[in-house]
Design a protein around this ligand. Structure first.
Ligand SMILES: *Cc1c(COP(=O)(O)O)cnc(C)c1O
Length: 465
């Protein structure tokens, strides 16, 4: 299996290279050159397999012969052993055809662990076999940086520097990052916004000097290996619910479009037929695009669901590539329009392609709070606000006789203020999170300037190489 760029002009590369790189050299995102298939018989067999077994069955189709299966399975077992639920991603029946797919039982209590626990181990394997090191640089508004750090802490061949906007992540999320004292981990509090952090990271990736000296790797969801790892829980849930012989719909709280694109990929593999509901908060660019065909970022509004406070959904480019019949030149034209005019228009054919599979629902913060209260009252289950957005959207789009799976992306204890204002009390806090309050923190503060961050990174990584 080889990977091609959504912009059509980068040389194809294998899975082990994809997982260690960031954007393709032409600025696009890597995609499998064809969708591997999973047959109805195999789906039936997967219904009774453990999560690691299912993961190997799905992921070997994307890695091809790039990683020996025994090494791959070892990494999978080690990654999912750290999850607090024996099923890894339990499927909870809410009645009335609604199901909750709990993805937050990993070490940082958000769904990003599902991919990043595995990615860290796979990268480490890849670097060992080629005798290299890698330097991960990333920006986070909370969940991604936490899960990335937890995924690579203590590894010999990977150093990681995570930038967060000083004072703007929740105290729990900050402590989850800054209490990791392993020597290969550095946290930088940047005196600026998340966008400042992100543009510094972009500039560092484009810096020829750093690029020549370090093997720079990305852990945001532009990395295909992350999407691949997320395909597994769609396939496993679909198998449990009897797909592909019956339809199944999924509702996904969406930010960067990585998670829901994994759902699309599972559908393209033949794991299920059904609709994919893009659930957004007030930052509803994708809902507007599905309605009007025009993709136009506006200013980001702060909400109670920070992981969805995004206006540029990077992985949407992967869907554009599919909708354009895999025509890289067409994607380049849209991205040029976005850059020069601040928006692009989908062709009628592309819009029809997307609407044939996706619906979009915008859920306000009050509606999310009402969903948290309702689910607690009716089922005794406390949702986090991101999950509440997905479940509220799921209720609106329920089709009679078709199971609807809403993805539960974070533990409620990560977002205590929003939860307690919805139900009038704090959610129960797991011991592992409570314990963080007593631990020492390590974090350096820098101004929002690329040169200062670059000098810091050089001093850190240079000393470790
Ligand atoms: C990252 C995140 C999302 C959004 O996922 P995308 O892949 O960016 O669409 C939703 N909920 C939570 C809790 C997250 O951490």
């Amino acid at each position: 299996m080889r990977y091609i760029s959504t912009r059509g002009s980068a040389p194809p590369i294998p899975f082990d290279e994809v997982m260690l790189s960031a954007l393709a050299p032409d600025g696009g995102l890597y995609m499998p050159e064809a969708w591997p298939q999973i047959g109805a018989d195999e789906m039936a067999a997967l219904a009774t397999r453990t999560y690691p077994e299912a993961a190997l069955q799905v992921l070997k189709r994307f890695s091809g012969d790039a990683i020996p299966l025994s090494d791959f399975y070892t990494a999978i077992i080690a990654a999912y052993r750290r999850f607090g639920a024996p099923e890894v991603t339990p499927l909870i029946d809410l009645g009335d055809g609604l199901h909750l797919l709990e993805l937050f039982h990993g070490p940082t209590f958000a769904f990003k662990d599902v991919a990043l626990q595995l990615l860290g181990r796979l990268m480490d394997w890849g670097l060992k076999t080629t005798n290299r090191r890698a330097l991960i640089i990333g920006a986070t508004s909370g969940d991604t940086g936490t899960a990335a750090i937890e995924g690579v802490r203590g590894l010999d061949r990977i150093d990681i520097v995570i930038l967060h906007p000083k004072g703007r992540t929740s105290p729990v999320q900050r402590r989850q990052m800054t209490t990791v004292l392993d020597e290969n981990v550095r946290n930088l509090a940047v005196e600026g916004t998340f966008d400042d952090c992100q543009s510094i990271v972009k500039a560092l990736f484009a810096d020829p000097d750093l690029g020549a000296r370090y093997n720079l790797a990305a852990v945001n969801s532009i990395n295909w290996a992350r999407i691949a790892a997320q395909i597994v829980y769609y396939v496993a849930a679909a198998a449990k619910l009897g797909a592909p012989s019956n339809q199944i719909d999924f509702s996904v709280p969406t930010g960067n479009f990585g998670d829901i694109f994994a759902g699309y990929a599972a559908h393209r593999m033949g794991a299920f037929d059904g609709r994919l509901v893009i659930a957004t908060n007030e930052n509803d660019i994708l809902a507007r695009t599905l309605q009007t065909g025009r993709y136009e970022p506006r200013g980001v509004v702060e909400t109670t669901t920070p992981s969805m406070d995004i206006q540029i959904s990077s992985n949407f480019e992967r869907l554009l590539f599919e909708a354009a019949g895999r025509d890289g030149a067409a994607v380049v034209r849209l991205m040029d329009d976005l850059k020069t005019r601040g928006a692009f228009e989908l062709t009628p054919a592309m819009l029809a392609f997307i609407r044939a599979r996706f619906d979009a629902e915008r859920v306000s913060r009050d509606q999310a709070a009402a969903e948290i209260a309702r689910t607690e009252r009716e089922k005794g289950i406390v949702l986090d606000p991101h999950t509440a957005i997905g479940l509220a959207a799921a209720r609106r789009r329920r089709r009679p006789g078709v199971p609807m799976v809403a993805l539960a992306t974070a533990h409620p204890a990560k977002f205590q203020d929003a939860v307690s204002s919805a139900i009038g009390r704090k959610p129960p806090v797991p011991q592992r999170l409570k314990a963080l309050e007593a631990l020492p923190e390590r974090c350096d503060t820098l101004p929002a300037e690329t040169a200062a961050v670059k000098a810091y990174i050089e001093a850190f990584a240079g000393g470790r190489a």
